[in-house]
Design a protein around this ligand. Structure first.
Ligand SMILES: NC(=O)c1ccc[n+]([C@@H]2O[C@H](COP(=O)([O-])OP(=O)(O)OC[C@H]3O[C@@H](n4cnc5c(N)ncnc54)[C@H](OP(=O)(O)O)[C@@H]3O)[C@@H](O)[C@H]2O)c1
Length: 348
């Protein structure tokens, strides 16, 4: 058996995190999940929601029992009783919306992909630093028990040297060509919507690659439909693939010199791990939990109440490192978003 520990030993109980009044900026698809899970699995609540349209905000508030509905994002960030803002707008808008919140004095949790490129992320984090406020990418997988278990297995040397990572993320997403995902103006495409999960896992386990090689195809609307990405780290490698036009199994395997970990279901939502030591039988490590978003929200609440600017689990440097890889992948695919016109991508 593995001296791994069970879920309560891997991650603190989200219910024990300080209570915050969250404000939701942009009541789209993912905001519905946030508003459902945060009151259920943490001691925080969603106090307010804002849309660009007062009617949409009111509908969302009514449906989910949110007390305050605002017809502008500015009103939300100016609400003195909102402790932190969850930013759930399209990728193209994240930087501007994060800065809107930060400049109004609000810490923020920003949906993945954090921004469209690394330069924008540096700009947002510089704003958070100068405001003295917490800011974090909502890469929820990093806070889940199975990712904590994976980090612990690697840190304890159970896998030996991590030599390889195989991870794919393929979903048949909304085929409507006018939808957000197909729209370059909103920085749609497989990489920023789906590909950040494999990339973030690779970055968490293997750090910064020496080499990046990508292939893929663009849609008629001008975003990436799929890509394969090979990352090289000295002797180690990661082979990743994303597709937003067809559904895959979305497994991951982390291959070490002494053992392998498989995540046989979807690799980034709550899951059990399967550990197989060289020559041994597979061992299921029970790390699956209900919900999922409560862990990132609880980490944000703890760090905000502690007066921290960032989280050690999803530090600013890791968000930037992931976006630097994504920038290079897009350079190789020939994909630049309209929102980047006039922006320098190299603000190092
Ligand atoms: N963590 C996860 O599992 C997960 C899953 C899916 C998506 N996401 C991420 O969550 C974010 C939002 O995705 P979603 O699927 O929820 O998107 P969505 O359903 O299209 O909702 C986005 C919302 O953004 C607002 N918005 C602000 N500016 C906009 C603009 N210029 N054009 C269109 N909408 C605009 C809209 O609300 P109003 O106009 O009413 O203000 C809209 O409802 C993305 O970063 C995505 O990658 C995360």
């Amino acid at each position: 058996m593995t001296a791994l520990g069970l879920v309560p030993d891997l991650v603190p109980d989200p219910m024990s995190a300080p209570a915050l009044n969250w404000g939701i900026l942009a009541p789209g698809g993912i905001a519905r999940r946030f508003v459902s899970e945060i009151p259920r699995y943490t001691s925080s609540k969603v106090l307010a929601v804002a849309s660009r349209d007062a009617g949409r905000a009111a509908d969302f508030a009514r449906q989910f029992g949110v007390h305050r509905a605002y017809g502008s994002y500015q009103q939300l960030v100016e609400d003195p009783e909102v402790d932190a803002v969850y930013i759930a707008s399209p990728h193209s808008e994240h930087a501007a919306h994060a800065e809107l919140a930060l400049l109004a004095g609000k810490p923020c949790l920003v949906e993945k992909a954090f921004t469209v490129n690394a330069a924008q992320a540096r700009r947002v984090f510089a704003c958070a630093r100068s405001q003295g406020l917490f800011c974090m990418e909502a890469m929820w997988a990093r806070f889940l028990p199975h990712y904590a278990a994976l980090r612990r297995l690697v840190d304890q040397g159970e896998l030996g040297q991590v030599v390889g990572l195989l991870a794919s993320h393929a979903q048949a997403l909304d085929p409507d060509p006018t939808a957000r995902l197909w729209n370059p103006e909103l920085a749609g495409g497989a990489l920023l919507d789906l590909g950040v999960y494999p990339l973030s896992l690779a970055q968490m386990l293997l750090g910064r690659p020496d080499q990046i090689a990508a292939q893929g195809q663009l849609t008629a609307t001008g975003v990436d439909l799929w890509e394969s990405i090979t990352l090289t780290y000295g002797r180690s490698w990661a082979v990743l693939a994303n597709d937003m036009g067809a559904a895959g199994a979305n497994h991951a395997s982390i291959i070490g010199s002494a053992a392998r970990v498989d995540i046989p279901g979807w690799f980034y939502p709550p899951a059990d791990l399967v550990l197989t030591r060289s020559g041994g039988p597979p061992e299921v490590l029970p790390t699956k939990v209900a919900g999922g978003f409560q862990y990132e929200a609880a980490e944000a609440a703890r760090r905000i109440k502690a007066g921290a600017l960032e989280s050690e689990i999803m530090p600013w440097a890791d968000t930037i490192a992931v976006l630097e890889i994504a920038d290079e992948v897009r350079r190789q695919l020939g994909l630049r978003y309209p929102v980047e016109s006039g922006e320098s991508l190299d603000l190092g």
